[in-house]
Design a protein around this ligand. Sequence first.
Ligand code: SAM
Length: 316
Amino acid sequence: MGKASRDKRDIYYRKAKEEGWRARSAFKLLQIDEEFNIFEAVKRVVDLCAAPGSWSQVLSRKLYLPAKLSPDSREGDLPLIVAIDLQPMAPIEGVIQVQGDITNARTAEVVIRHFDGCKADLVVCDGAPDVTGLHDMDEFVQSQLILAGLTVVTHVLKEGGKFIAKIFRGKDTSLLYCQLKLFFPVVTFAKPKSSRNSSIEAFAVCENYSPPEGFNPKDLHRLLEKVGSPWGGEDQDCSSGWLEGPNKVYIPFLACGDLNGYDSDRSYPLPKVADGTYQSLDPVQPPIAPPYKRALEMKKASSQGIREPEKHSLDS
Ligand code: SAM
């Protein structure tokens, strides 16, 4: 799809470039905030799966920059934002970047070190695996990323804190809801206006982190496995194990963002400049080392007839 036709077909893509966001996802976090006020009293935030960085930009613009520009700001008192991704990303003011894997147990330690041993008020996770188009498979891999995010949460989030995570709606949504409910008394699944209706994506907004009494993060997986099994977990709503039939769980689901605002599934006419043409803007910040970079290099090399050097394993 050409740049201009993408601008026409995807209004949030175009608006993101106009407003200087690195990705259209910025609008999703902004619209979640409009509904849930997630940034209130937040001083320490973790942005999991952050590249190319539009959510980190939102965090910087909403939390760090206003505090820095405030007349009574003090150096050691500015909000701390730690962003983690497998991919490197270009710098953002007020954001500490960590290149790492959120499924790695050491990730939480790194975050806590950046917070000087203190805990976070908010953890956001927009993680997504490479989507295959096979819904069950995509939903499963996505849920593994959320569980990795929840593992980080159990180490770094303070009691009363919030967790926002991208989910893929599917047949295991009730199970995921019940698992999150073990840790958060208020869990809402939200669909921001900027997230296409045609996509199975939604966001779990989890409020007031309250782990079960005596909870040890080492027991997380054992606890989660109990939910949805016939012997049940702690929470009555979800405990009987059979999440269908009379025990069916009803998940609070909320559309958010200005409902009269732009519809992400519609095409909008392109604004023309003085000479009557349309001027497409370049992306604000393309990813600096995307996973597809090597594939493109290989394709280019093969079209030029250059052979890849052979690789030898160390023990050959
Ligand atoms: N929130 C980002 C923004 O606004 O720019 C977009 C995030 S993008 C949809 C998903 C990201 O998840 C990718 O950058 C990918 O590298 C990252 N990711 C996937 N699996 C990960 C993992 N195990 N650890 C860290 N990052 C991961």
